[in-house]
Design a protein around this ligand. Structure first.
Ligand code: NAD
Ligand code: IPM
Ligand code: MN
Length: 361
């Protein structure tokens, strides 16, 4: 019954190092209740290690992670001492690309109406998921500089879109909607301006949606998408878009549902070792103060458990976060007065209590 799931933990930098241990505690609590076993192995990849010995992502890391682990729990990377952001690009984008984690799934769910900045909106109004293409687009790292540092300098960053890349993320979004019984999928691009790159998105979209007649498919240019997300978020169930637009739309979606402190994500390749991380970054402005919200990491842990087939344990975590929000057991970003560690401890206790109550029922 209790097959151990092997989890690689990469806390990274800044608040990643504060919230990830809380995420781990919450995961341990959820699995202790059901007797499921998780084995955690920590990796110190991040700015400290980079500044010490130059290591970013060790070359053997992707293969090792694929071979020895079931999933990866990630914190955040980015440190003011590394202005080039080289280590972050190597570690985070490196893992996304080298593990071919082509789906970046970012759910935006409002747990409590008090958390949304939208006037007169309630829990039922914000409940959608953004699927962000995660292996190409403007992030592909194709480009260069010419005559840098002169008045004639040139900077080029190519937007790389492949038929395979576009097709697999759109198909994933449509299949997800079908699997979950959802009705509405919106594809967003900027094909009116990026006629070559996003012309491809248009062609693939029109072709694939024919196979999903039961789903209401819709296209919005990305500028309209973000405007509509604010004006009336009830329109959206599934949004699928390119790497860069998905980055932006998912931060907006996070804010509509309580802010970056609460937002989880999964970098997924179905059937393969996948990486789960909060949507937020390393937040140097609040790092080291025990004020960062660990709920994003906790909900990220829940997404990871879901992916691993531990749905009951995942639900315990989501319920605990929901209860904490309702009871005001939160960090200052959500209006509370508790610290990172205190919220983590509260969630763990709540999970154990409700898990035992559930088991006894
Ligand atoms: P950020 O997400 O780190 O912070 C944005 C704002 O949100 C800040 O005011 C921060 O204090 C707040 N915030 C974020 N997470 C919070 C939490 N858990 N609790 C309370 N408040 C929280 O974004 P940024 O400031 O643009 O970037 C900082 C660094 O993080 C940069 O180096 C950036 O490249 C990096 N970054 C990394 C990731 C990642 O690893 N996935 C994601 C985004 C940014
Ligand atoms: C995210 C982050 C990253 C991204 C950065 C750190 C490269 O903002 O995970 O959303 O843009 O993908
Ligand atoms: Mn981002």
């Amino acid at each position: 019954m209790s097959e151990t799931k092997r989890i690689a933990v990469i806390p990274g930098d800044g608040i990643g190092k504060e919230v990830t241990p809380e995420g781990v505690k919450v995961l341990e609590a959820a699995c202790a209740v059901s007797g499921r076993k998780l084995a955690f192995t920590h990796f110190d990849w991040g700015a400290d290690r980079f500044l010490k010995d130059g290591t970013t992502l060790p070359p053997e890391a992707p293969q090792m992670l694929q071979r020895d682990f079931d999933a990866i729990l990630f914190g955040a990377v980015g440190d003011p001492r590394v202005p080039s952001n080289q280590h972050a690009a190597d570690i985070l984008l490196g893992l996304r690309f080298k593990l071919d984690l082509y789906v970046n799934a970012r759910p935006c769910v409002l747990f409590d109406r008090r958390l949304t900045p939208l006037r007169d909106r309630g829990e039922q109004d914000v409940d959608f998921i953004v699927f962000r293409e995660n292996t190409e687009g403007a992030y592909a790292g194709v480009g260069g500089n010419f005559k840098q540092g002169t008045p004639d300098e040139v900077a080029v960053q190519e937007d790389v879109n492949t038929r395979k890349g576009v097709e697999r993320i759109i198909r994933y979004a449509l299949d997800y909607a079908r699997r979950k019984g959802l009705k509405r999928v919106c594809m967003s691009d900027k094909s009116n301006a990026m006629t070559y790159a996003h012309g491809l998105w248009q062609r693939v979209w029109k072709e694939l949606r024919e196979e999903y007649k039961e789903i209401e498919t819709r296209h919005l240019y990305v500028d309209t998408l973000v405007m509509e997300m604010v004006r009336d978020p009830t329109q959206f169930e599934v949004i699928v878009t390119c790497n860069m637009f998905g980055d932006i739309a998912s931060d907006l979606g996070a804010q509509l549902s309580g802010g970056l402190g609460l937002a989880p994500s999964g970098n997924i390749h179905p059937g393969k070792v996948s990486l789960f991380e909060p949507v937020h970054g390393s937040a140097p402005n609040i790092a080291g103060k025990n004020v960062a919200n660990p709920m994003g990491s906790a909900l990220t842990g829940a997404m990871m458990l879901d992916y691993l087939g531990l749905e009951r344990e995942a639900a315990l975590i989501c319920d605990a976060v929901c209860a904490a929000v309702r009871e005001g057991k939160t960090t200052p970003d959500l209006g509370g007065q508790m610290g990172t560690r205190e919220v983590g401890a509260w969630l763990s206790e709540r999970i154990v209590k409700s898990g035992l109550a559930g088991a006894g029922a």
